[in-house]
Unconditional design. Structure first.
Length: 260
């Protein structure tokens, strides 16, 4: 860890402290400001790093808890590293979301360091690197044959899903079972309904009821681990869920898992 991984004002203040001979130990207080009216709990996380990251970890854990409580057992994955403010923030955000009930993370190092399940799909750039989406899907499935998930919104979402459906039998014959398709942009509600209808018509309900039931079981177990006072807040937490949570509830029959 480099000593320069800090805000410059810390170094500026340190110089002033030393110039004035102020070398006594310092004591800091950790407190929470008044919460908005409909947010009536926080999930404390990151106490080991209280002076560095507790504010971030508590924020992430509290938001993750609201999502878990409002999505009724659907699988939830942390995809936050790509938007995190630095490597350590990404690691502790993944840990905080997992502590609050998320099923896994896309951050590989968080999976290794904290024992969190690691999940990954593909990037739009992977699809764009191939001449045809079907070629991209096939190459990815063979490189990662353990229940791959296909990103289908690089170009035309419904057209890409049709290619996944057409490819499914050939891959299944090789023992490769596609676990699902991922939507990442545009009108998620409209595309979710259209894609679910296509998969159902094709008899490819992915990832399917068994996976959804497993996610619900996991969520119930995670909820049971929370302190009784926090579990009692579950009904109150539902109305203040973030937008994606509300969308998931509205699309209950179309979406089985979500990433945030």
């Amino acid at each position: 860890m480099t000593a320069l991984l800090t805000d410059l004002y810390q170094l500026a203040m340190m110089r002033a402290y030393l110039d004035r001979g102020m070398e006594e130990p310092a004591v800091f207080e950790l407190f929470v400001r008044k919460l908005p009216a409909q947010r009536n709990f926080l999930v404390a996380a990151g106490l080991e790093q209280a002076l560095e990251f507790v504010h971030l970890q508590t924020l992430i854990a509290s938001k993750a808890a609201r999502i878990v409580l409002s999505t009724e057992g659907r699988q939830l994955i942390d995809f936050g590293m790509r938007r995190a403010h630095g490597a350590e923030a990404a690691l502790f955000a993944a840990r905080s979301a997992w502590l609050a009930g998320f099923d896994g993370t896309a951050t590989a190092e968080a999976g290794r360091r904290f024992g969190i399940g690691a999940f990954g799909t593909m990037a739009h750039s992977f699809v764009q690197a191939h001449h045809d989406e079907r070629d991209a899907f096939e190459a990815f499935a063979r490189a990662r044959p353990q229940r791959p998930v296909m990103l289908v919104d690089t170009y035309d979402t419904e057209a890409a899903v049709a290619k996944v459906i057409a490819l499914y039998p050939a891959l299944a014959a090789e023992g490769i079972r596609i676990a699902g398709v991922r939507l990442d942009s545009s009108d998620l509600a409209a595309h979710a309904r259209a894609v679910r209808a296509m998969l159902d018509r094709a008899g490819r309900r992915l990832p399917g009821q068994p996976a959804l039931e497993a996610a619900r079981t996991h969520a119930r177990a995670q909820l049971a681990r929370l302190p009784p006072a926090l579990r009692a807040l579950a009904p109150a937490a539902v109305p203040v869920a973030v937008e994606i949570s509300q969308a998931l509830r509205a699309l209950a029959s179309e979406i089985d898992a979500a990433a945030s």
